[in-house]
Ligand binder design. Structure first.
Ligand SMILES: NC(=O)c1ccc[n+]([C@@H]2O[C@H](COP(=O)([O-])OP(=O)(O)OC[C@H]3O[C@@H](n4cnc5c(N)ncnc54)[C@H](O)[C@@H]3O)[C@@H](O)[C@H]2O)c1
Length: 283
């Protein structure tokens, strides 16, 4: 039986008259932090007093976010392609050299290929996607864990609602997200003995540059329809925001000290109720 001092595991909340810091002085690494959901996580964690090291394969964008966030708190951008293990090790090493510890890793960098039937996806394309969306998460976890074990820290993996519900014309992407939800649960079992928690969250439709990129090849009318469908896919009738993703991660990191192996849906209820799904009824 473990004896755990829960007070030690909980992040101390420090409040001034104008601001509550829920992750004060904790050291967080966020991958894919230069855009969209990752950027939302950087902003929320910085605002709550965490010192954030974030990385992505978009250095210009990353430096711009770094400059903006350093006006409200402390963060540090390191360019890194998550398909390159040496670059991942560099992010972890630089974090430890700068701050001496790691409390939280948010694995988030990922891509969504264009919609295609299975006949048009290639084995090579799928392998490259696995490298970014799955192996990158695995390698970051592997290299950060020796430090996370020292702090009873935690890992948060960005999965997707499609891991549960699937998505048409996206077999390879859906497979990578299914892998992340399963990877999270398996790692949670192994790391429990070190009091390291491993959780994931599953966004439904969150408005980010990933969506803008996805829509860019459609006509204006089609874009409007896809955007409206994206909103109406949830019972709340809107897209989620990167800030809401950041707040979900903050909850998992700072407050959810008895949660491990958990996957939180962040979907506006997109998975609720029946819909018209039969292929012959959708024409
Ligand atoms: N937006 C959504 O509706 C949605 C829904 C479910 C899950 N997700 C997941 O959320 C995560 C973030 O998506 P987003 O919508 O914010 O997308 P985004 O395109 O806005 O951001 C992706 C980030 O990952 C980085 N990145 C991509 N490839 C990389 C690589 N090889 N090495 C390092 N960094 C890399 C990009 O530079 C960027 O910073 C992804 O894992 C995505 O699958 C998004």
């Amino acid at each position: 039986m473990h004896t755990v001092n829960v007070k030690v595991l909980m992040a101390s909340t420090m409040c001034s008259p104008t601001q509550c810091y829920r992750y004060k002085d904790k050291i967080t690494i966020i991958t894919g932090g230069s855009s969209g959901i990752g950027r939302g996580c950087v902003e929320v964690f910085v605002k709550h007093g965490s010192k954030v090291v974030f990385c992505s394969n978009a250095p210009e964008e990353g430096r711009a976010v770094e400059a903006e966030m350093n006006k409200i708190g402390e963060c540090y951008f390191i360019p890194c392609d998550v398909t390159q293990e040496k670059e991942i090790e560099n992010v972890v090493q630089q974090t430890v050299e700068k701050y001496g510890r790691i409390d939280c890793l948010i694995n988030n960098a990922g891509i969504h290929p264009p919609s295609l039937p299975i006949d048009e996806f290639s084995g090579d394309g799928f392998r490259k996607l696995l490298d970014i969306n799955v192996v990158g998460y695995f390698l970051f976890a592997k290299h950060a864990l020796p430090y996370l074990r020292k702090t009873a820290g935690n890992i948060i993996n960005t999965s997707s609602l499609v891991a549960q519900m699937a998505q048409s014309m996206a077999v390879t992407y859906v497979a990578t997200k299914g892998a992340i939800t399963a990877f999270t649960k398996a790692l949670a079992i192994d790391e429990a003995k070190y009091n390291v928690r491993v959780n994931s969250f599953s966004p439904g439709n969150v408005w980010t540059p990933l969506w803008e990129h996805f829509l860019k090849d459609y006509s204006e009318t089609d874009r409007k329809k896809i955007e409206d469908d994206g909103k109406n896919a949830s019972v709340l009738g809107r897209f989620g925001t990167p800030e809401e993703c950041g707040l979900t991660c903050l909850y998992l990191a700072a407050d959810a000290t008895f949660c491990t192996g958990v996957d939180i849906n962040l979907s506006g209820g997109a998975e609720l109720g029946y819909g018209i799904k039969a292929a012959n009824a959708l024409v």
